[in-house]
Write a protein that binds this ligand. Sequence first.
Ligand SMILES: *Cc1c(COP(=O)(O)O)cnc(C)c1O
Length: 434
Amino acid sequence: MHSFHYQNNSLHCENVDLQDLIQEHGTPLYVYSQATIVDHFTRLDAALDGVDHLVCYATKANSNLAVLNLLAQRGAGFDIVSGGELYRIIKAGGDPAKCTFAGVGKTRSEIEYALEQGVGCFNAESEAEVQRLNDIAGEMGKKAPIALRVNPNVDAKTHKYISTGKSDNKFGINFESIPDAYARAAKLPNVTLRGVQMHIGSQLTSVDPFIEAVKKVTPLVEDLKAQYGIEFFSIGGGIGIVYEDTLASHDAAWWSRDDSDETAAVPITIEAYAQALLPLLKPLGLTIFLEPGRLIAGNAGVLLSEVLYEKKGGSKIFEIVDAGMNDLIRPALYQGHHDIVPVKQPASEDTVAVDIVGPVCESGDFFAQDRELPKLEQGDCIAVLSAGAYGFVMASNYNSRPFPAEILVDGSQSHVIRKRQTFDDLIAGEVIPK
Ligand SMILES: *Cc1c(COP(=O)(O)O)cnc(C)c1O
């Protein structure tokens, strides 16, 4: 679902005119649609009705308290990767018992905090970590609920920076080593074997790698259930979204778009994903955990920015905007594509090839290169689409640029869910020695 559309020649999020939000809150500005976030969660949840399951939203995709609260209210679990994320879940009204704690480098203090708060499960990524979980739980007189993350060694066919399920990635435990790793873990007094987990990568645009991974891991899962009575199998996140032509196609709800149309940049539809995987998962008789992040939040958000200057280079036209790679790093970090549209619908359909660049002192600071866009004028505003996931969460203060504000739109209402940072915020905590 996509809640961004033109109305009276102005781009709206649900019923709110984005130009009005810009007038009130300035730019750069992140805007999220509540309806989209909720819709994506409930649709995925419903598509899995045939099997006992828990959708654990991957907090790292967009961890604003208001976003987490929307999902917590609707019964979501959460996949977390740090103590800070667990703190956010608790502050947002989420249930620690419905949290799975992933990540290759959990620290002692993070493990202690998670045990104190009663985290649902630690998804351990190495045997050294299992040992440490056992030791710390023992010191605290507790038992650590754990699952091991299996690296199934399948190719997710996604960008190498977001591929996680090959044997040369740092994630998980080798497929071949898993049986022995469980056997050793089962002997430890202070851990409980609760499940098994995998996550092969992000922004997958085909169900095939998921099917391949589930099929490959299934015999192992059956074995672990028989031997250790594990209760859940987490198949991770990674469902890709459409980044291209999202406005044009939003009426034809993308999640139910015809997969046979090979000309469309068809992502995995929720239905296709569920239909392909449910028959494989149901017979296991386990609770299935999913950890979607991008799917829930990606197309629910935009980054709004104003054109500051136009500059004609030797061979290029640069539109210099007031948002930069510090606000949204996906293009610079993994060549992420974002559609860009003007907030005010242009009168003419003519386009020009331009580079949309930010003010940051890095050549990697661009949102688009050689992109055909309607003619932009100084003061015009643009919307960088599909910026709801891995957007604000990766923002930095590089170049001492304050974080942008975040707005949540609900129908005709809008709420500031994070204030724009001030210069004082920038230096908070810094000290000049006497
Ligand atoms: C990042 C991550 C996810 C979410 O990935 P998406 O592509 O956003 O769905 C899920 N599980 C784990 C372990 C992750 O690291």
